[in-house]
Design a protein around this ligand. Structure first.
Ligand code: GLN
Length: 530
């Protein structure tokens, strides 16, 4: 088995995850089996308890692991099967080490970062290699070289490379080559210094991925090669993509990154045939038509908060050969200004998931507008709960209907906690999480869209549709089109006599891929085009 470790230098937000995922795409297209994982140096056990302001989206896996959004890139770009073993945080490592210490497993020794913490990191890497056999494990290390918290991971990697040999394990360093306008020059010094930091720890990157706004030029490439001690052909230009992140693998292929990786690791594999990927990219870049879709959320200003949703819209629109003009609507603004003003131009409305009451009334207004105007509507998780509240209030006459998340003592708790959630006090990993089966009711729109009576989708929520209101709502045309297999939990709802009004308690956005758009998004975009 071969190993590639992806580190980042100079600044954060360099697109390390995308670079790692893009390399994964290229190697897979060469017929190699890859596994992707991320090491996150923060002390949280998982990102599930972090605010979107801190962390962007929390990406949920089939097994219910709440993970870093880079794992979303891995799943969208590759076929690597991901589980909780594929995202290790310092929090998890320390928790294991401290549990062992309490059990007495260290037999009286002083417990230290080296070797005990580094051994635990290596053990996790080995376990993953055993559980998920493949040709290459690609490991991205979160954070930036020089961060104190990242040191144990880098030290563990140094030891690991010693153990498996440098012919089997390489380091790929993603760095920034900034352009200084006044001098009209690209600067290599920050990269030299971040490489020097790695060398101090005993790591010697063999590949440099240079994030840059301008072409590198032979002189800059030469300089980076000499000062950073990497072969000239391993200085890889990664210019800002023009249109879409899905161009990145093609750009890296043009730079022959996959050839270099195969050479360094002694792998022989046929060249990557990227025809299907290129077709997808060209549909994204040159759509035949455009459609405006409004996303109504409370984290609208954060690029990363609804990442998987935006990607899913891209996949769906590419398959419909159209481009999406996103209308990002701040839910709180809808509480001040009429929906007709803010949503007038949009062809459809999407209400994403969320927690807490901020902006909820605005989302309810957007939903009411979409329902009354016959505009396509897609509600995801909180979006389904909002659609339920709206319908209860305005179609069933249930004045004061709400979720007990927002109003504990509301008169009509149409969305409520399950009994088993009522005693939960811990916040971490205590929601209904991961992949659950849904039975889709025959004769419904959801059934037509999925084309299957049984589906599996990923969840991340605490509150549920309150079955006490089922009959009252159904009598007014509210359709429950998907439930848990025992019929106890509502998973999909839709409205009769509406072009496309559909909402689900789960998160379909976690299962959409470039050439495999999710049916609910595809159905939504198609309806918006109509
Ligand atoms: N806050 C809601 C719940 O916990 C919805 C969660 C979500 O949208 N992910 O049930």
């Amino acid at each position: 088995m071969k190993y590639i470790f992806v580190t980042g230098g100079v600044v954060s937000s360099l697109g390390k995850g995308l670079a790692a995922a893009s390399l994964g795409t290229l190697l897979e297209h060469r017929g190699l089996k890859i596994v992707m994982q991320k090491f996150d140096p923060y002390l949280n056990v998982d990102p599930g308890t972090m605010s979107p302001f801190q962390h962007g989206e929390v990406y949920v896996l089939d097994d219910g692991a709440e993970t870093d959004l880079d794992l979303g890139h891995y799943e969208r770009f590759t076929h690597s099967v991901l589980s909780r073993s594929n995202n290790t945080t310092s929090g998890q490592v320390y928790q294991t080490v401290l549990d062992k210490e309490r059990r007495g497993d260290y037999l009286g020794k002083t417990v230290q970062v080296i070797p005990h913490v580094t051994d635990e990191i290596k053990a996790r890497l080995r376990k993953l290699s055993n559980e998920q056999p493949c040709d290459i494990v690609i490991t991205e290390i979160g954070g930036t070289t020089g961060d104190i918290e990242g040191l144990p991971f880098l030290e563990a990697i140094r030891q690991f490379i010693q153990e498996v040999g440098s012919q089997n394990a390489i380091v790929m360093h993603v760095t920034l080559v900034p352009y200084i306008k006044a001098a009209g020059e690209l600067k290599t010094k920050p990269s030299q210094q971040s490489i020097a930091k790695l060398r101090e720890i005993g790591l010697h990157p063999q590949i440099l991925i240079c994030r840059t706004e301008h072409p590198l030029g032979e002189d800059v490439r030469y300089k980076l090669s000499v000062f950073c001690n990497v072969p000239l052909d391993a200085v890889v230009e990664a210019r800002d993509v023009d249109h879409t992140i899905y161009e990145m693998p093609l750009m890296l292929q043009h730079e022959r990154l996959d050839d270099t990786v195969c050479r360094l690791l002694g792998l022989t594999a046929p060249p990557a045939d990227m025809t299907g990927w290129k077709k997808f990219v060209s549909r994204v870049i040159k759509p035949k038509k455009h459609v405006k879709i409004a996303v109504v959320g409370k984290y609208i200003e954060l690029q990363d908060a609804y990442k998987s949703i935006y990607e899913s819209l891209t996949h769906a629109s590419a398959s419909a050969d159209c481009g999406i003009d996103l209308v990002q609507v701040d839910a709180e603004e809808l509480e001040q200004r009429p929906a007709s003003e803010l949503l007038r131009d949009a062809a459809g409305v999407l209400v994403p998931g969320g927690f807490g009451d901020r902006g909820v009334e605005g989302k309810i207004r957007a939903t009411q507008y979409a329902r009354e105007q016959g505009m396509p509507f897609l509600g995801l998780c909180l979006g389904m709960q909002v659609a339920t509240i709206e319908f209860a209030r305005h179609k069933c006459g249930l004045v004061g209907a709400n979720s007990t998340e927002f109003d504990k003592h509301c008169v009509h708790p149409v969305i409520d906690l399950l009994e088993e959630q009522k005693d939960v006090t811990e916040k971490g990993a205590s929601m209904r999480l991961g992949s659950w089966m849904t039975r889709v009711v025959e004769g419904t729109k959801a059934h037509a869209i999925y084309g299957s009576p049984e589906i599996r989708e990923r969840h991340r929520h605490r509150y549920e549709f309150n079955m006490k209101y089922r009959k009252q709502m159904e009598d007014e045309g509210f359709v429950i089109s998907g439930t848990s297999p025992d019929g106890a939990l509502v998973e999909i709802i839709e409205l009769q006599n509406h072009l496309y009004f559909l909402a689900c308690q789960f998160h379909p956005e976690f299962k959409s891929k470039p050439n495999k758009p999710h049916p609910l998004f595809k159905g939504f975009v198609t309806a918006c085009l109509q």
